[in-house]
Design a protein around this ligand. Structure first.
Ligand code: GLY
Ligand code: MN
Ligand code: MN
Length: 398
């Protein structure tokens, strides 16, 4: 990080605030991704101050009474060695010490979120040059190193196994939440959490892009779209598969599925260093347009957005919709080694008088996680069944 900032710059960053559900009951704590990326520190109530000369962390000191309730704390005495700090200071003294630490520096890198440090920085902000920390930091986060890609592969592996278990478990009349429970259990068993609220959407629910109720029965003859991925060691995976609830795709379902699959495979194929990050969307959109036209579902003068209304992918990393710009100077940027992007085209056909009823309520998305390598790409989620044959075979073997 330090090579990215001015010689006389200082970085100030806090972790996330704790979120209360009600009274003294908290949601599970998740550190702020930027903060964790820089510090590796998982505890709440922490602020890091980093310059070329010093690295200081404000954190909670040990407190035997509180630790009975909330768990063990690293504490001030052990923090310097554990976190490779010069100095550990009590978070209760933040107001008093924060600005003193920074008087020698001219440029302060910080962003108002996740905590409102601007109040404490007070006068310093008017006397110093303020620069956004997120701008250089998010560019760094966009390019994953080997340590990060190994964790992302582990996250992908956990999610792939859960999808296989779900393929083998699903059957007609089961509720969507019963199918979701496969992911809940498998993620917990592997010390992982959901990276985002999962979508388990049977039949027409799959045509609601952000469907998360997951509380309807799955019907014989319908498809079920499952968009579920775990977060492992603070890195996300993001996988979608669409399955026939009874283990057998109908002819109409196969036709639409094959178009989405062809679009997805071609979009993945297009990803390599030097190629515009917009290319996968262009490639996928063209194939979906042609496929829908050949089935008579779309005319050349109708917009593709009637059936395909979202982008083809997003950066993936510590956050499921990860940080990093898609454009530079209003131009799409180019893929670089170490970027990780999802490829997730779909087709969503609602009931409509003008559409042959065999296609009604078909919602299909296929999503994989792609790492850009020096010469092309590696699909982190490659091992998971995806073709019609692979899915049907897996669903019909015990
Ligand atoms: N699961 C969120 C997404 O696919 O973007
Ligand atoms: Mn996604
Ligand atoms: Mn997804």
């Amino acid at each position: 990080m330090l090579s990215q900032i001015d010689d006389n710059g200082v970085v100030v960053i806090s972790t996330n605030p704790e979120q209360f559900r009600n009274g003294d009951v908290t949601f599970a704590f998740r550190p702020n991704s930027d903060f964790f990326y820089l510090t590796g520190f998982q505890e709440p109530q922490a602020v890091a101050v980093i310059s070329r000369n010093t690295y200081t962390m404000f954190l909670r000191d040990k407190d035997p009474d509180r630790e009975i309730w909330d768990g063990e704390r690293l504490g001030l005495a052990d923090a310097p060695e554990a976190l490779k700090l010069e100095k550990a200071l009590n978070i209760d003294l933040l107001d008093e010490h924060l600005t003193q630490l920074m008087t020698a520096e001219n440029v302060v890198y910080f962003d108002e979120k996740p905590c409102d440090l601007d109040r404490m920085l007070g006068d310093l902000l008017s006397n110093h040059t303020i620069k956004s920390l997120q701008e250089p930091l998010h560019e760094m986060r966009l390019i994953k190193d080997e340590f990060e890609t190994k964790i992302m592969q582990k996250a992908a592996n956990i999610s792939m196994v859960a999808h296989v278990l779900a393929m083998q478990y699903v059957s007609p009349n089961m509720f969507e939440y019963e199918l979701q429970s496969i992911f809940d259990a498998h993620f917990v068993k592997n010390n992982a959490t959901h990276a985002y609220t999962p979508i388990v959407a049977g039949g027409k629910n799959a045509c609601v892009l952000h469907y998360i109720e997951n509380n309807k029965p799955l019907k014989d003859g319908d498809l079920v779209l499952i968009d579920a991925g775990c977060e492992f060691e603070n890195y996300a995976s993001d996988i979608t598969r669409t399955l026939p609830v009874n283990g057998q795709f109908s002819k109409a379902q196969k036709q639409i599925y094959q178009i989405v699959l062809d679009a997805q495979l071609a979009a993945i194929e297009s990803i390599k260093p030097g190629v515009s990050v917009h290319k996968p969307h262009k490639v996928a959109s063209n194939i979906i347009q042609q496929g829908l036209e050949s089935l008579g579902l779309l005319t050349p003068d109708e917009p593709l957005s009637k059936f395909y209304m979202h982008g083809t992918g997003h950066w993936l990393g510590m956050d499921v919709h990860d940080v990093g710009k898609y454009q530079h100077n209003q131009q799409h940027r180019k893929f670089e080694q170490g970027m990780v992007i999802t490829v997730e085209p779909g087709i969503y056909i609602r009931k409509d008088d003008k559409i042959n009823p065999i296609y009604h309520d078909i919602g299909i998305r296929i999503e994989d996680d792609i790492l850009v390598t020096s010469t092309g790409n590696t699909v982190l989620t490659e091992q998971l069944a995806k073709t019609i044959d692979e899915i049907e075979t897996l669903m019909n073997t015990n």
